[in-house]
Design a protein around this ligand. Structure first.
Ligand SMILES: Cc1ncc(COP(=O)(O)O)c(C=O)c1O
Length: 473
């Protein structure tokens, strides 16, 4: 098993590709989610420490019969929970090939071609965003790590000898920003939460007054985080205005575009992102709206040399001897990781294989699905939007006729029960958000398979499941 013969390997490959083809072909017949328990799954897995090996067919059988059915089907067109990409067959193949080559993208000499593929692909993303030609970055495990790397660079760029560093982000900002502040020794308490407007975008007036008050109290403001698609509602902060504030107070401007930034590819949303190219750094996740499987996030720095000051070190075992600049390139100088898998292969294969035209169309179609859903909700008398649709996230609640005169608390409690019941039902999957103290059903469309009809099915599913909750047994 450690070293199969070529024929054995071909057999494995045929079985795997057959399984993949069946899986994708039958995707719509699967339930998105199957209600299960830890016990049920453990009982199906042979827990004995494997002293002797097992045939490949047996391993694949466990994958087919236990792992697939007892997983959430993230590729399903009605998987609307969280910020979940579907993956693509092309990327699944790319991941397999990357593991075959097992390149370790630490430094150019460790993986010359893979490093060039990563640099090229990062440069394509830079161009998609409209950043300056000198901008650069790298792939990391996800948005959280990209945010951490960017905040580390921002921290490095500021002289903090005269007081405590302070950073600013809207109250809708993803928790990975506060986590980064904690890990970097800035402290969660030094992330100031700025108020948002009725569209859940940062209020620039509140941002300015918080910075001004902090300066008067002797703090050292150093960074503002702008959202290009908040996790709750998809709100895009006014990026150009935030750039002006950052210039005025000499702050690093970081954009968290982990969820939303690739929507810059969609013509109908592009205007929302005006000014994104002026950021000092940006986090964005190909494993979200480029539809790729985890894990691949990306951080881009406007001036990579500043990031270098945060990450480079000169341990003797990483010293590069006798190389020219391009060949002396080391990713470890720009991010927190040393060993890094060949994440770029799936990004490169997707961009090159599918092309920006088709990707833009897919993103545009996701936006259209969310807008269509909003229009259906607004036209109905038993659903209400809780936030406007900005990108592909929709937040709403069900208010059946029987509950119309009930309190918000009762309606919240009903929607919570509805969410759990919908997830258990398995035809569609939503998650939730709390907005202005209210419970919201929340969906996010990040799947090129999702159609307008799926949005209609979602509403039908909700009504059907709600009826069963409201019907006395
Ligand atoms: C806006 C935003 N930022 C950051 C993250 C964290 O990304 P990751 O899960 O890739 O670490 C998410 C995840 O959903 C997000 O939506």
């Amino acid at each position: 098993m450690l070293e199969p013969s070529s024929d054995e390997l071909r057999d494995w490959g045929n079985s795997v590709i057959q399984l993949m083809a069946d899986y994708y072909g039958e995707l719509r017949d699967h339930r998105v989610y199957r209600h299960t328990s830890s016990r049920e799954i453990r009982d199906r897995l042979d827990a004995a420490l494997p002293i002797r090996g097992t045939e490949f067919d047996e391993l694949l059988k466990v994958f087919r019969e236990t792992i697939i059915p007892f997983s959430r089907q993230n590729a399903h067109p009605r998987m609307f929970g969280y910020v979940q990409s579907p993956g693509t067959p092309l990327a699944a193949v790319a991941d397999m090939l990357a593991s075959m080559l097992n390149s370790n993208l630490t430094v150019w000499r460790s993986a010359p071609a893979p490093v060039e593929v990563e640099r090229l692909t990062i440069d394509w993303i830079r161009q998609i965003l409209g950043f300056n030609p000198e901008a650069g970055g790298l792939f990391v495990s996800g948005g959280s790590m990209a945010n951490l790397a960017a905040i580390a660079a921002a921290q490095q760029a500021k002289d903090s000898s005269s007081g405590r560093l302070r950073m600013y982000a809207s109250s809708e900002t993803h928790f990975s920003i506060a986590k980064a502040a904690a890990l970097l020794g800035i402290g969660r308490q030094n992330v100031c939460h700025v108020a948002v407007d009725e569209r859940f975008r940062i209020r620039v007036d509140d941002l300015i007054s918080k910075i001004t008050a902090d300066l008067e109290s002797g703090y050292v403001p150093f960074c503002v985080v702008a959202n290009a698609g908040t996790v709750n509602t998809g709100a895009v902060d006014p990026l150009a205005e935030i750039r002006e504030v950052a210039n005025r107070f000499q702050l690093w401007m970081h954009v968290d575009g982990s969820y939303g930034a690739f929507a810059v590819l969609a013509k109908s949303a592009r205007e929302l992102f005006a000014g994104i190219e002026q950021a000092d750094s940006i986090a964005l996740d190909p494993h979200k709206w480029l539809y790729l499987p985890v894990d691949v996030g990306c951080v881009i720095y406007r001036s990579p040399e500043i990031a270098r000051a945060a990450f480079a070190h000169d341990a003797e075992y990483t010293r590069i001897i006798g190389e020219k600049a391009d060949e002396a390139f080391a990713f470890w100088d720009y991010g927190p990781e040393l060993s890094r898998r060949f994440r770029a292969l799936k990004v490169w294969m997707l961009l090159k294989g599918v092309g920006l035209e088709s990707l833009s169309e897919a993103i545009e179609s996701n936006l259209a699905c969310a807008r269509y859903f909003e229009s259906m909700v607004r036209a109905s008398d038993d659903f209400e939007m809780i936030a406007p649709v900005e990108l592909s996230i929709f937040c709403f609640r069900h208010v059946p006729i029987q509950l119309r005169s009930e309190s918000d608390q009762t309606i919240d409690a009903f929607n919570e029960r509805l969410l759990v019941a919908l997830q258990r039902d398995g035809s569609s999957y939503l998650s939730n958000a709390t907005l202005g103290g209210r419970f919201a059903l929340r969906g996010c469309i990040l799947n090129y398979r999702t159609t307008l009809e799926d949005m209609e099915i979602l509403l039908d599913d909700l009504r059907r499941v709600a009826t069963s909750l409201l019907t006395p047994i």
